[in-house]
Ligand binder design. Structure first.
Ligand SMILES: [Zn+2]
Length: 164
C-alpha cells in the first residue's frame, strides 16, 4: 500500500522557498507564484467558486493553473493556494480538479499537499527562531498570515514541538 511521503513534501517546500528567495515571515505567496510562472508557466488566479470549493489545479497541454476561491478568508486562500502548489510540485495530478469533489481526492495526495502547504507557510527554520520563549499561537499565526487553526495544527508536529 502506498503511504504518504511527508518528508518528500516538506523537502520540496523548503527547496521552493529557497529557490524563490522567501526567507522571512510572512511568506509572500505572490513571490512564489511569480517564480513558478517564470520557471514553469504556472498561472494563479482568484475565481468565483461555490463555497465548498477552496481551490484546484489544472494541468493540461495548454494551461497549468491554480484557481482559488476569492470569497474565502485570506488565510484560507493562502492555505488553498499553498496546498495546490503542493499538488503541482509533487506532480500529483493532471487535469484533476481534486478539491472540487473531495470524495475523488486521493487521501495520500491530500495529506502530502497539506504537509507541503504547512511547511511552505510555516517553515520549521523560521518557527524555530520565533518559538523561543513564545508559545502564543494567535500571535505567531498573525505573524505568518495563517489561521490560528492552521498554526495550532502545525504545533502537533513533533519536529515543531521540540522547539516549544
Ligand atoms: Zn488537494
Amino acid at each position: 500500500m502506498e503511504t504518504a511521503s511527508i518528508g518528500r513534501a516538506r523537502k520540496l517546500a523548503r527547496k521552493l522557498l529557497k529557490d524563490s528567495g522567501c526567507n522571512s515571515t510572512p511568506i509572500m505567496l505572490r513571490d512564489i507564484i511569480s517564480y513558478l510562472r517564470n520557471e514553469s508557466g504556472l498561472e494563479c488566479g482568484s475565481l468565483e467558486l461555490s463555497d465548498a470549493v477552496s481551490g484546484f489545479l489544472i494541468e493540461d497541454e495548454d494551461v497549468t493553473a491554480i484557481g482559488y476561491n476569492g470569497s474565502h478568508h485570506v488565510h484560507r486562500q493562502r492555505f488553498s493556494v499553498a496546498h495546490e502548489i503542493g499538488h503541482f510540485m509533487l506532480s500529483h495530478n493532471t487535469q484533476r480538479k481534486d478539491d472540487i469533489n473531495k470524495t475523488d481526492a486521493d487521501p495520500i495526495h491530500e495529506t502530502e499537499a497539506n504537509a507541503f502547504a504547512a511547511e511552505l507557510l510555516m517553515p520549521l527554520e523560521l518557527l524555530k527562531k520565533d518559538l523561543k520563549g513564545n508559545i502564543n499561537i494567535p500571535d505567531i499565526a498573525k505573524k505568518y498570515w495563517v489561521s490560528e487553526e492552521a498554526m495550532a495544527r502545525r504545533f502537533q508536529d513533533p519536529a515543531v514541538l521540540k522547539y516549544v
